[in-house]
Design a protein. Structure first.
Length: 201
């Protein structure tokens, strides 16, 4: 039986990072048919130095309305299970990083109603080069010059679920395509932000 589409489906969007003193800020933007940036869909903020990793998404830049979020179940553990919540506190989906598989090639599990997917870095060679870069003294703390992409596929069928492609820019920017209409935008956006916010930890 075919699962119905998610309540909120956005086939394409982009994520741009903005770094400030106390928070990491991400703009989630609609994408035009030609790949151009459209209007703001959500503004995400990740406060630093929290015991439990949490990112909150707001409806607009005024931050008056909290529309969804994701939060780690365990403290100070990047490999912890993360739950995605709607604005009323209902769980929309989950994701977590596979520890063993991620030692050489970052790998994530993603789950939502009707969706069980696994996401991996597209190019294993780039994955290895990124790890070497972070081990070099003084270089590990600066911008990584390697462009990396993630492909999420259905664990049962291998069908594409979501892709995140990093663009060549000083500040991180990702173009995201949601192939599976069962994947709610709020879960997809949370996963896309986590690929940057949690990737190097």
């Amino acid at each position: 039986m075919t699962q119905p589409p998610a309540p909120m489906v956005v086939p394409r969007f982009s994520v741009k990072q903005r770094i400030t003193v106390m928070v990491n800020r991400y703009e989630v933007l609609a994408a035009g048919p030609d790949g151009s940036e459209g209007h703001l869909l959500a503004l995400a903020e990740q406060k630093r130095m929290k015991l439990k990793e949490e990112v909150v998404f707001f409806a607009d830049a005024d931050k008056r309305r909290r529309v969804f979020s994701f939060k780690a179940r365990q403290r100070l553990d990047v490999h912890a299970q993360h739950d995605v919540y709607d604005e009323y506190g209902n769980v929309l989906g989950t994701f977590s990083k596979q520890f063993g598989a991620s030692l050489l090639r970052s790998t994530w599990d993603l789950a939502a109603p009707g969706v069980q997917a696994v996401g991996r870095e597209r190019r294993p060679v780039i994955a290895v080069l990124r790890r070497i870069w972070t081990l070099i003294p003084y270089l590990g703390d600066v911008w990584v010059p390697f462009v990396f992409h993630f492909d999420f596929v259905d664990t049962a069928t291998g069908a594409p679920v979501m892709t995140s492609e990093r663009q060549k820019a000083i500040r991180d920017r990702y173009d995201v395509t949601v192939h599976d209409p069962r994947l709610d935008f709020r879960v997809a956006a949370s996963m896309a932000v986590a690929l940057d916010a949690l990737q190097s930890r």
